[in-house]
Design a protein around this ligand. Structure first.
Ligand SMILES: Cc1cc2nc3c(=O)[nH]c(=O)nc-3n(C[C@H](O)[C@H](O)[C@H](O)COP(=O)(O)O)c2cc1C
Length: 179
C-alpha cells in the first residue's frame, strides 16, 4: 500500500477545517480496532514536539481502548468520501458492534504505532499518548457545564452526557496520505 508523507504544518488546516463536521480517531486494543467520530481536537506543540489533543468522554468504548493501548490514529478526508461513515462511527459504540466491518473500512498498515490508518479517510496522523488529563469540572464555566455535561444523561448516550472528557495528548510520530 502506498503512503505519501505530508508536511504536518502545511497540511494542519486539512485536519482542523473538517473537524466541525467530524473526523475519525481510531484506537486499538485487545484485538479490536475501533474508529469513533470526533469534532473536538487541537493541533499544536508542547514539550517541543507536535501534538494532537483529542477530548474523549470517559464512558466511550474508545476511552477504555486508549487506556489499554495509548496510541491512536487521526483520519481526515481527502476529497470526496462517504459521510455516513462519520454518522455511524459517531452514534454507535464499539461495545455493540464492529464499526470497521459495518462501514466496510479498509485498514492500512501503520508506520510507527500499532493502530492502523483508514483508506477511506486517508489523511493520517499516527499519535502516541504522552500525557492525559481528565478535565476538571471545577475549572469549567457554569455555562459549559450545563450545556455539555447533563448529569441526568447516562454514559451510554453517544452525544452529550454526564461524563467529563479526558484530554489525550498524542505526539504526532508520523503524518501521511494513506493510498
Ligand atoms: C460529529 C460528531 C462529533 C463527535 N465528537 C466527539 C468528541 O470529540 N469526543 C467524544 O468523546 N465524543 C464525540 N462524539 C461522540 C462519539 O463519536 C460517539 O459517542 C461514539 O459512538 C463513541 O464510540 P465508541 O463507544 O465506540 O468509542 C461525536 C459524535 C459526532 C456525531
Amino acid at each position: 500500500m502506498m503512503k505519501q508523507k505530508i508536511d504536518l504544518w502545511e497540511q494542519a488546516g486539512k485536519f482542523l477545517a473538517p473537524l466541525d463536521g467530524g473526523i475519525l480517531l481510531t484506537a486499538k486494543a485487545g484485538g479490536r480496532v475501533n474508529p469513533m467520530t470526533i469534532a473536538w481536537g487541537t493541533l499544536g506543540i508542547e514539550w517541543g514536539v507536535p501534538v494532537f489533543i483529542a477530548f474523549v468522554r470517559t464512558g466511550r468504548f474508545t476511552h477504555g481502548l486508549l487506556e489499554q493501548n495509548p496510541e491512536f490514529t487521526v483520519s481526515a478526508p481527502w476529497g470526496e468520501f462517504d459521510k455516513s461513515i462519520l454518522t455511524l462511527c459517531g452514534t454507535k459504540s464499539g461495545r455493540d458492534m464492529d464499526k470497521v466491518a459495518a462501514c466496510g473500512l479498509t485498514l492500512v498498515e501503520p508506520e510507527v504505532i500499532s493502530v492502523p490508518a483508514i483508506r477511506e479517510l486517508p489523511l493520517t496522523l499516527e499519535c502516541r499518548v504522552i500525557y492525559r488529563q481528565l478535565q476538571d469540572p471545577g475549572a469549567i464555566t457554569p455555562e459549559n457545564l450545563e450545556r455539555f455535561y447533563p448529569q441526568g444523561v447516562g454514559s451510554e448516550a453517544p452525544g452529550r452526557n454526564r461524563d467529563y472528557h479526558t484530554a489525550f495528548y498524542g505526539q504526532v510520530v508520523a503524518a501521511y496520505l494513506a493510498g
